[in-house]
Design a protein around this ligand. Structure first.
Ligand SMILES: [Ca+2]
Ligand SMILES: [Ca+2]
Length: 277
């Protein structure tokens, strides 16, 4: 009996070790909920298929799973009203990766709008997510771009909220924790510039409302000099990476500092009263 139990435990243990070996998270970061308004003034098209939350990125995760590098974007809402084979219809995604400091392309173009990047953080890999077989990618080889679209695909995961862009691992350098990411989300329209749905001042049934580039959400901290609003207003994008993103909850910091100071004053007050007494 004991021997059977030991063998069973050994099998379970080896299975979990094998599972762990097959999947490795390289990067993960949450994005604020409810910031799917670009720099703060974009609105969804007025047609009823544009349900709230379609362009609201909540989390971005990069992992190695089996023989693929997976880029997972979790959204507040995902629907598929026109039966795209990928399981999602609305999201137009761009993931640019800076793998090597001080090199790569220093420009990102979205739906005809150009954004500058810091020369320090140029991109070497571009992955584009869109339904109906429009997902693809390329790698910057200093002189030219190598199209890797044959090994890039996208689909909706079983949670019904996460769009995965999967890339054959042989097409990419080995994913490193030092990689930096630009993750941009817009609305897919096969007929508009590069598949990015356009904008009118007032929202139309099939056009976004507002001004500027048609980017509704960027993976970025809520506060600080690299917030989504600041990046879009300046027209200069800034990548995210592992480590501190400048996204500190300022209210909590103020609260803790006040509490700390209050405690110090309280202690000093009582010590003085005690020594005086
Ligand atoms: Ca968001
Ligand atoms: Ca955001």
């Amino acid at each position: 009996m004991n021997r059977m139990l030991v063998s069973l435990l050994t099998v379970i243990l080896s299975l979990s070790i094998a599972e762990a070996a097959l999947s490795e998270v390289v990067f993960t970061m949450t994005d604020p909920m409810g910031d799917d308004t670009g720099s703060g003034q974009l609105v969804y098209p007025s047609h009823e298929v544009f349900q709230p939350g379609l362009f609201d990125l909540l989390r971005f995760t990069v992992s190695r799973i089996d023989k693929e590098v997976c880029f997972d974007l979790k959204f507040r809402t995902v629907t598929n009203p026109f039966y795209a084979p990928e399981g999602y219809f609305h999201q137009r995604i761009e993931v640019y990766i800076d793998t090597t400091p001080n090199s790569g392309s220093e420009r990102i173009t979205v739906g005809g709008w150009e954004f500058d990047l810091s020369p320090e953080y140029g991109w070497e890999i571009r992955l584009s997510g869109a339904p109906f077989g429009e997902t693809g990618g390329c790698v910057d080889m200093s002189e030219n771009l190598l199209d890797i679209s044959g090994g890039v695909s996208s689909h909706l995961l079983s949670d019904g909220q996460t769009v995965r862009i999967a890339v054959d691992e042989e097409l990419l350098p080995y994913p490193d924790k030092s990689w930096r990411y630009y993750v941009l989300v817009g609305s897919y329209d096969s007929l508009d510039v590069d598949g990015w749905r356009g904008i009118e001042k007032e929202a139309q049934p099939w056009l976004l409302g507002g001004e500027g580039a048609p980017i509704l959400d960027i993976l970025a901290p809520r506060w600080g000099s690299h917030s989504q609003k600041r990046q879009l207003e300046r027209g200069m994008l800034h990548p995210v990476a592992l480590g501190w993103q400048g996204d500190l909850p300022w209210l909590w910091i103020v609260l803790f500092v006040s509490l700390g100071l209050g405690t110090v004053f309280w202690i000093v007050f009582y010590i003085r009263r005690w020594t005086d007494g």
